[in-house]
Design a binder for this molecule. Structure first.
Ligand SMILES: Cc1cc2nc3c(=O)[nH]c(=O)nc-3n(C[C@H](O)[C@H](O)[C@H](O)COP(=O)(O)O)c2cc1C
Length: 156
């Protein structure tokens, strides 16, 4: 089975998680990159996520993922929602016959609070033809409060 790790990161947590999963599953990392990405702004980014906004990506998503049978999709939680780059992926990716494992990282220690968000992402994966095989929330970090690779590994 050929596996890809598709992820978006603003402050690095999800890049670390992507590296961990890539090593564990001998997978290829695909970073989602936003066209003309602005400097992070909590209020603007949270508001965009609440509205379900889709970022314009540099990636050609469908050619990036064409060869893979399994996708691990990793998003930060933004105001209880997926990041805007992940919204674009969930809108545009052809996931027909692909297995998809969903991961969210967040600062809220109550990981069960991600259930609604993960279920919403799972519905979109199904609508795009994919099969959800895993939904997992992890405690993440940010530049002020980083989380170590070891702490992420311990949560898997
Ligand atoms: C705009 C914004 C909104 C956020 N909203 C939430 C939230 O609603 N709940 C939460 O637990 N963490 C929230 N966070 C924290 C991130 O989900 C967390 O730090 C994540 O692990 C960051 O991943 P990254 O380092 O790969 O960007 C938010 C962060 C940002 C930048």
């Amino acid at each position: 089975m050929k596996t890809a790790i598709v992820y978006y990161t603003q402050s690095g947590t999800n890049a670390t998680l992507a590296e961990i999963l890539a090593e564990k599953e001998s997978a290829t990392m695909i970073k989602l990159a936003i066209e003309n990405e602005k400097k992070p702004c909590m209020a603007r980014d949270a508001f965009a996520a609440i509205r379900g906004k889709c970022a314009i990506l540099k990636n050609d998503i469908n050619s990036d993922i064409a060869e893979f049978d399994k996708i691990n999709l990793i998003t930060p939680k933004w105001a209880g929602k997926p990041a805007t780059a992940i919204n674009t992926f969930l809108r545009d990716a052809d996931l027909t016959n692909k297995e998809v494992a969903l991961y969210v990282t967040q600062l809220d220690k109550r990981l069960e609070s991600a259930e609604k968000m993960l279920n919403g992402m799972a519905d979109k994966v199904t609508a795009q033809g994919g099969k959800v095989i895993c939904k997992k929330a992890l405690l993440g970090g940010n530049s002020k409060k980083p989380i170590s690779k070891e702490d992420l590994i311990a949560q898997l």
